[in-house]
Design a protein around this ligand. Structure first.
Ligand code: ATP
Ligand code: LTN
Length: 346
């Protein structure tokens, strides 16, 4: 594999990289519409690297080891069921490529303590148990994320809106390292689709739909029983009035459902507004529930089938690990050399 030594000689197809944490048994519609769907689409034109961020998944406290391992496999199976293609994309597990943790250390040493503390996700997550309870890993989490990204010198990083600040930090750290030492990293661009950048909680339509913060009724999990998902859509909080109209400020509940409906079916929001004009919320929610069931039913079947084929999953991951490690190791070697570390003897 020929990997360029410097960002000035880019690979044939520009690179894309992203990761997702294995913090639940199932991904949800926020993950899918905000980020994962773009992963699948970008495979067409980019050299794509996608990984399961298991190192990140222990920043809020350890999970049961068995549960963590099973969630990693479930995450991989869901990505495959969604259409991530291991022939075109390198799929791997973060902890299996040690360069991530190694580069994170170097980047931690050029990050200000105040700079890390200002990250809003750290402030939100640490506020939950009181800052004194938060781990140092939660504080340094965005720096590990910067290492994840910079190792692969990608052009784009497809994520949801909540990750924008982490991408800014990543660019700052890349620029700082390049200035202090020598140009080593490419400054990556976030790839955030405006329409689906923040899918909201069905019960609290101004808050982000989230694996860790949403109530069961507020989140549609891709692997949930489809009948349960349909029920959740039908009992989603809607706004006063009866008009199906997109208005984020005054009608956040209906606007969120319109976003989900439009992106699942490919029908535009104005087209949906027109189709449900004068028909009220009931019909609209029922049809959206049907669209969700049509999507999740085959997805769930495919995922469960893939989960049964452990040998295939493991083979895909072994291959991904090898390909990812080759790229990452090369960047790390440049970094170590530029920082002034002695070259490892093997
Ligand atoms: P947690 O609540 O544990 O932080 P999460 O539900 O936010 O988890 P992540 O694993 O942190 O999920 O996110 C994976 C990807 O999905 C990221 O790119 C993130 O930006 C995106 N994402 C997560 N929630 C949403 C959402 N509600 N709308 C749009 N994108 C989202
Ligand atoms: N922090 C991200 C997951 C993540 C990631 C990354 C995303 C870890 N490393 C690198 C993109 C690129 C999250 O919680 N959604």
């Amino acid at each position: 594999m020929s990997e360029p030594a410097a960002p000035s000689s880019p690979p044939a197809r520009p690179r894309v990289l992203s990761g997702i944490q294995p913090t639940a048994d199932s991904f949800h519609f926020g993950n899918y519409l905000g980020a994962l769907r773009q992963w699948v689409a970008l495979q067409e034109d980019y050299d794509t690297f996608f990984f399961i961020a298991d190192l990140h998944a222990i920043t809020m406290g350890q999970q049961d080891p068995k549960v963590l391992r099973s969630r990693v496999r479930r995450a991989v199976a869901q990505l495959l069921a969604m259409g991530v293609d291991p022939q075109r994309s390198t799929m791997f597990i973060q902890s299996q490529v040690p360069a991530h943790a190694q580069l994170a250390w170097v980047l931690e040493c050029i990050t200000g303590y105040g700079e890390a503390r200002r990250m809003t996700q750290f402030k939100d997550k640490s506020a939950k148990g009181g800052e004194g309870q938060a781990s140092v890993g939660l504080l340094t989490y965005p720096i590990l994320q910067a290492a994840d990204i910079l190792l692969y010198r990608p052009e784009y990083v497809p994520v949801g809106e909540d990750q924008r600040q982490h991408l800014e930090l990543t660019r700052d750290l890349a620029g700082r390292f390049n200035n202090r030492y020598e140009r080593t990293f490419r400054l990556p661009e976030p790839y955030i689709l405006k329409a689906t950048a923040k899918i909201t909680d069905l019960q609290e339509p101004t808050a982000k739909m989230s694996k860790s913060a949403s109530s069961a009724a507020g989140i549609i999990e891709l692997l949930d029983d489809p009948a349960v998902s349909a029920r959740k859509i039908r009992s989603a909080v809607t706004d006063s009035g009866t008009e199906v109209r997109f208005d984020m400020e005054h009608k956040p509940g209906i606007s969120n459902l319109l976003t989900i409906f439009s992106s699942l079916t490919g029908r535009s929001v104005p087209d949906l507004e027109q189709a449900y004009d004068g028909r009220g919320y009931g019909d609209f929610k029922k049809d959206l529930a049907d669209a969700v069931v049509d999507f999740v039913t085959p997805f769930r079947d495919r995922t469960l089938e893939l989960l049964d084929d452990v040998a295939r999953l493991d083979a895909i991951l072994r291959d991904g690990e090898e390909r990812a490690a080759a790229v990452a190791q090369r960047t790390l070697a440049d970094v170590y050399e530029r920082v002034g570390f002695m070259a490892p003897s093997r």
